[in-house]
Design a protein around this ligand. Structure first.
Ligand code: AMP
Length: 285
């Protein structure tokens, strides 16, 4: 596996691959790899001739009081894990290479970003769209792979690629979880022991709503009240950022469950903000 840190070198390499007719899969990440990242790389390996994983803790998607400084990092371990998956290139640029001092062009994120994480993290998706657009332009991959854990991000990137005519297929892959249900996240290492013991209830709360919906419950405020109470009781160390049922395409809140909806939540622990979501596909009445 080659480690590339220069954007120009990456662009040149990807051009040469494409000229040889090789397809490219891109897996954008912020590193500190876990099975979720690895599952995306593994899938990319099966789908394309060349796999590029990027490792870049993108400063522009962090707010001023967020965890950019304490975001976990372990380059040596990440290199080994990516190499094990058969990744061809690990692109790990320094911040100054992606954002020159005079950088001032941004991708404005679509309407979908008004909701959920976009509402509680102003400017977050502008940073995400800008860095993803840059990575797509550097690699021009036939497909780029994202995790469903960040379902809003996946929806936003899918729309961005469509709106800007970027010739890449965006693919979403299922959330990898611990055996107790907790969604894998690089931020889980920042949970205290007590918080770690409570964190799996986030997924359990969402699953509870999902099964009530499957049994025919359509009343969104009732479903949310049940989950809210369940989480307040079982996960008291987590402070609710949001808990919502939204349209799976627009991410706008729904009043009654009709089409495919998503129940999405973000809870803040002392040193980690966790998000998770599940799809609700109500059976026809
Ligand atoms: P991150 O490094 O957290 O920015 O994530 C990089 C990519 O991995 C994104 O597309 C995430 O959605 C995806 N990802 C993160 N956690 C998981 C997980 N538990 N399962 C599947 N994909 C994930």
């Amino acid at each position: 596996m080659e480690i590339v840190s220069s954007p120009e070198a990456l662009q040149k390499l990807c051009w040469s691959w494409r000229l040889q007719g090789e397809s490219i899969a891109l897996v954008p990440t912020m590193g500190y790899f876990h099975e979720g990242h690895v599952s995306l790389m593994r899938w990319g390996r099966e789908q394309a001739d060349k796999v590029v994983a990027s490792l870049f803790v993108n400063p522009t998607q962090f707010g001023p009081n967020e965890d950019l400084g304490s975001y976990p990092r372990d380059m040596e371990r990440d290199k080994a894990l990516a190499a094990e998956q058969g990744v061809d290139v690990l692109f790990a640029p320094p911040s100054e290479a992606m954002y020159t001092p005079d950088h001032s062009t941004w991708v404005i994120s679509p309407e979908i970003s008004k909701h959920l994480c976009g509402a509680s993290r102003p400017g977050h998706f502008k940073g995400v769209c800008t860095i993803v657009a840059k990575l797509l332009l550097l690699t021009l991959p036939s497909l780029a792979i994202f995790g469903e854990k960040d379902r809003q991000q996946l929806a936003i990137v899918t729309q961005m690629v469509r709106d800007l005519n970027i010739p890449t297929r965006i693919v979403g892959r299922p959330t990898a979880r611990e055996s107790d249900g907790l969604a894998l996240s690089s931020r889980n290492v920042n949970l205290s022991e007590q918080e770690r013991a409570q964190a799996p209830f986030l997924y359990k709360g969402l699953k509870q709503i999902q099964s009530m919906a499957k049994r025919g419950e359509r009343n969104v405020s009732l479903l949310l009240r049940v989950a809210d109470e369940f989480l307040a009781q079982n996960m008291p160390l987590g402070a609710k950022d949001y808990l919502e049922i939204v349209d799976a395409r627009t991410m706008a809140p729904v009043v009654m469950l009709k089409e495919e909806s998503v129940i999405a939540a973000a809870y803040k622990f002392s040193r980690a903000r966790l998000i998770d979501n599940v799809l609700i596909q109500p059976t026809s009445p």
